[in-house]
Design a protein around this ligand. Sequence first.
Ligand SMILES: [Fe+2]
Length: 354
Amino acid sequence: MTSIKRTKREGLHPYVQYLMDSTWGYGRWQSEEGIPAVRGHSVEDVLGLPLSPWSRMGAEGTFINLSEQSVDDAYVCRIAPGGKINPQKHLFEEVLYVLKGRGSTTLRQGDKKPIQFEWQEGSLFAIPLNVSYQHFNLEGKNEALLLGCTSAPLMMDLFRNKNFIFNDQFVFDDRFVGNQTDMNGDGTFYEKYQGGLWETNFVPDIRSVRLQNVEHRGKGLKHVFIALSKSLMKVHLAEFQVGTYKKAHRHGPGAHIFIIEGQGYSLMWPEGDEPRRYDWKPGSLISPPAGWYHQHFNTGDIPVFHLAFHRPQTVASEGPRDQIEYEDEDRSISQLFEAELDKKGLKSHMKREV
Ligand SMILES: [Fe+2]
């Protein structure tokens, strides 16, 4: 009888390496795009990243690939005053947040009449799957900056064919019907879904979205999930109060957290390691690596408000959410928090919890 020798291998399996070297995929596409790629676990200020001309888009941009995420990525795109991007269409999903400026987007689905909607700083929307789109900067003197999160890594590495990803003509009219009224900001609010889910195709201003209390995730925490254009990449908005912090938890890959308001830091660590600290402020983007514990702390004098992009929901999160309750956390977690508040003359509201 033949015995099978088991060996522990570090890094990529040779077959995966072969696929990456010999066929087109996300890594190859990214290098072909000719724009910078930012790596690491966080970006201090996505509005201040260096951008390069991006010929496919007809604009300027940079990729943001944090925490070696292989199911989704992020990017920043700058549209010059009065400018527009080249028309785009693709088989990966995309959620866009408007960092700066005012503009419009035209959607063309198959042979249906084009539809158009206007956006401004704070707007949130998704590009419906495989719908042709084009963004326009409506300001003659000011740039427009967009932050996108896409499922390009997953889709490209799965199908490994550029022509299919960018030139397939299939119309997903089960997802998006393509009426002008689809983009007017209406929707349905599901109160009981994981603490609240807003289903819509367009959010004119994320600050106006109703949040719900989700105390089981953290003291005074409010949040809401948003499902856009029946995309598999949902997002959530969360607010946590002055002098508080969220419970540590871990889950699968792909989360990208963008800080809208407030100041603080996150601790992130793989099980068994010491927590590592990442400071943030408005404009910061942070991505917890798959399976790492992470915990967010408000050390400022206003509530923290953030937007979180999620992985495509078909990617499993490796079991139920694993959360550390306040009473079970290491005492050093709250001691660090209190020391940081002390420096600013602020008080912790967590004492009863920890
Ligand atoms: Fe998380």
